[in-house]
Ligand binder design. Structure first.
Ligand SMILES: Cc1cc2nc3c(=O)[nH]c(=O)nc-3n(C[C@H](O)[C@H](O)[C@H](O)COP(=O)(O)OP(=O)(O)OC[C@H]3O[C@@H](n4cnc5c(N)ncnc54)[C@H](O)[C@@H]3O)c2cc1C
Length: 415
């Protein structure tokens, strides 16, 4: 949003004085506010819409170990130590959410995730999501290498071949699966239920209680962060927040607020649909074609299917919140084949889109957004923020308040 001179100069905003001002109320922002609150800081979260209005209530709800790529690819990209640290980081993310009580949520399922390699589709016409023989065999080889490396690095992983004993569910009965790498300890849930639970733990600091019923201030878009002699002045239409520390947790929308972030966090659209199960069951949360497609079953039986953005990559960029007929048709074709829905009309109950923030190297970005004294940023989760955001937010808050360098420092990619 751009902000006119008139709006900026007509000041009737309520002043607030806080230790930490968090911008954005997704998984990252709410987790950061909880972390700061537990360190005794006075905290507010400024959110331009409402709780979890961004990707944090629009995702598939996988709490999956790992990142966008499989483990062997992560080893090639980041080196063995950092790949292992990243996988452990996502395990810690899930542990942290369990400590918060996510296992008690009605939507929570302790269910393994499976990274599937699909069978190649031979020559001739094939749907966009159906792998070529060449891709299928390299995908399988990558997963095989991953399971070996993971076991060597002490990360629990199982292997299932389509020819051996496998779950008897809709995905495996499709005949499309070649093999699976299994993350046995993963989980899934309704991400909005998780966000509501986390937000319910926010408490108003005693110094703010007279002015605010809750530290989460909704419908307040931040349009300016001005450096002050001590800290920052954060401006919205109705508030002027003096904060010692500012943590920007707007993920995909970072470049709208932070100079120089166009190249650091790219907005990428992801689309999904939900289907009535009509008797189908799924034994795992499934992630296939290197994460290009993913599907799982919710606690109430609903099946959600997402992905297919990579085949329309030029269209699936930017901030626009809408579904498109090309991606939705690809998702429908995938659901029919993979889940055995056949040719009749699909029992689709919802279609939606969300915007993810992709970092240059697929790793989270944490640290000062510019010079050392600038507001901090935490985000760039590259489609895996539910599996990283809670832990990343804690790392960001700890490092910011302790004045130390964070893990996944932005400095590695900043020009
Ligand atoms: C379709 C889809 C499926 C996904 N599936 C999964 C999955 O299964 N597992 C997984 O781990 N990840 C998944 N992800 C990714 C995950 O949802 C995100 O990485 C995660 O939600 C990012 O959280 P966040 O808090 O950083 O950002 P967001 O949840 O996007 O929150 C940012 C917030 O900042 C607010 N904001 C923006 N600008 C301003 C401003 N100027 N002032 C105030 N507020 C502002 C926004 O309104 C928003 O609420 C998926 C994403 C999509 C789109």
């Amino acid at each position: 949003m751009t902000v006119s001179h008139w709006r900026r100069s007509f000041r009737r905003s309520t002043p607030l004085d806080v230790g930490v001002c968090v911008i954005g109320a997704g998984i990252c922002g709410v987790s950061a506010a909880l972390a700061a609150q537990r360190r005794g800081e006075s905290v507010v979260i400024l959110e331009r819409h409402t709780l979890a209005a961004g990707a944090s209530s629009r995702n598939a709800g996988f709490l999956m170990r790992g990142a966008a790529c499989h483990y062997a690819e992560a080893v090639d990209l980041y080196g063995r130590t950092q790949a292992c640290d990243l996988w452990r980081f996502t395990e810690a993310n899930l542990e942290g959410l369990r400590r918060e009580g996510c296992e008690a949520l009605a939507s929570y399922r302790r269910v393994p995730s499976m990274l599937l390699a699909l069978r190649g589709s031979g020559t001739g016409l094939r749907p966009v999501w159906s792998p070529s023989d060449e891709y299928a065999s390299s995908n399988r080889a990558g997963l095989e290498r991953s399971v070996t490396l993971m076991r060597e690095d002490g990360l629990d992983a199982e292997w299932i071949d389509a020819g051996s004993k496998h779950p008897d569910d809709a995905a495996w009965r499709s005949g499309l699966v070649s093999c699976a790498l299994v993350n046995p300890h993963d989980a899934s849930l309704n991400s909005f239920e998780l966000m509501s639970m986390l937000a319910s733990k926010l408490t108003t600091h005693a110094t703010l209680a007279a002015k605010l019923p809750s530290p989460l201030i909704e419908n307040q878009e931040v349009f300016g962060i001005e450096p002050q002699a001590r800290g920052f002045l954060v401006r919205t239409a109705d508030f002027a927040v003096h904060a010692q520390h500012v943590l920007v947790c707007t993920n995909a929308y970072a470049s709208l607020l932070l100079p120089g972030f166009d190249d650091l966090v790219k907005p990428r659209r992801g689309q999904m649909l939900a289907l009535a199960p009509q008797g189908r069951t799924l034994a795992a949360s499934y992630y296939c074609n290197d994460g290009s497609e993913y599907f799982r079953q919710a606690a109430d039986g609903t099946i959600v299917v997402g992905g297919c953005r990579t085949y329309f990559a030029d269209e699936e960029v930017g901030f626009e919140d809408r579904t498109t007929s090309s991606v939705q048709a690809a998702l429908e074709s995938f659901a029919r084949a993979m889940l055995g829905y056949g040719e009749g009309s699909l029992p689709i109950t919802a279609r939606w889109a969300g915007t993810m923030g992709f970092s240059p190297d697929g790793l989270p970005l944490i640290g000062p957004s510019g010079a050392a004294s600038s507001p901090w940023f935490c985000g760039g989760f590259t489609g895996h923020g539910m599996s990283m955001g809670y832990q990343a937010a804690h790392e960001a808050v700890d490092a910011m308040l302790e004045g130390r360098a964070p893990m996944f420092s932005i400095a590695r990619v900043k020009r």
